[in-house]
Write a protein of this length. Structure first.
Length: 210
């Protein structure tokens, strides 16, 4: 039986996580949100009170991350995300987590991995590569609505600035910057509903699998 990997990249809040989970469920594949591996590393540092600027310590935490124990509800906290974006620029942390992600990508019958460098670095030979994006304002609005829906207070303008800063950090880091793979299919979800985006992604995957 042929193994299939679907690589989905894109900036924060573009919708790639929702798409990835639905695609994995549709095709019976394993799913990994690679961003959670960085968040799990950051949470381990927070929990132990260790500094975020010691790359050797962060690498040690990254090597101990359990991919089977990633709890999205816990790791979604804002302070963990902020810490994760700081350690994600460390080359040795990236190398440790990329190795774990590559091992995961080999699971049968197939895998869907989403993140920032799946099609370019983690799984450059993936059968399907999507780059999911949307305007910063649309992504900030989605994040704002998500926070408000959970009963928390949110500042839309602050979220827009946060999204832009994170994009700048991701796109301009020296190691594995966020960019579409040369052979990735671009999917802009700015004007799409979740269902429309999913159907568009499914058509792309179906065409590649047939």
């Amino acid at each position: 039986m042929k193994h299939i990997t679907i690589a989905i990249d894109g900036p924060a809040a573009a919708g790639k996580g929702t798409l990835s989970r639905r695609l994995a469920e549709t095709y019976g594949f394993h799913h990994l949100d690679t961003g959670l591996t960085y968040r799990a590393t950051a949470k381990a540092l927070i929990d132990t009170g260790l500094p975020f600027d010691d790359e050797a310590v962060a690498e040690r935490m990254a090597l101990d991350v359990d991919l089977a124990g990633l709890d999205r509800s816990v790791l979604a906290r804002h302070e963990i995300g902020e810490a994760a974006s700081k350690i994600a620029v460390m080359p040795s942390v990236r190398r440790a987590l990329v190795e774990a992600q590559r091992a995961f990508s080999k699971k049968m019958p197939g895998t869907v991995l989403d993140g920032r460098d799946i099609g370019t670095v983690v799984c450059p030979d993936a059968a399907v590569k999507l780059y999911v994006t949307a305007s910063p304002e649309v992504r900030a609005r989605r994040r704002y609505d998500e926070i408000v829906a959970s009963g928390q207070a949110a500042d839309y303008d602050a979220i827009v600035e946060d999204v832009k800063k994170r994009d700048d950090r991701d796109m301009n880091r020296a190691d594995s910057p966020l960019r579409p793979a040369d052979d990735a299919v671009l999917l802009d979800t700015s004007e799409m509903s979740i269902e429309a985006a999913f159907q568009a992604a499914k058509r792309i995957v179906d065409a590649a699998l047939n």
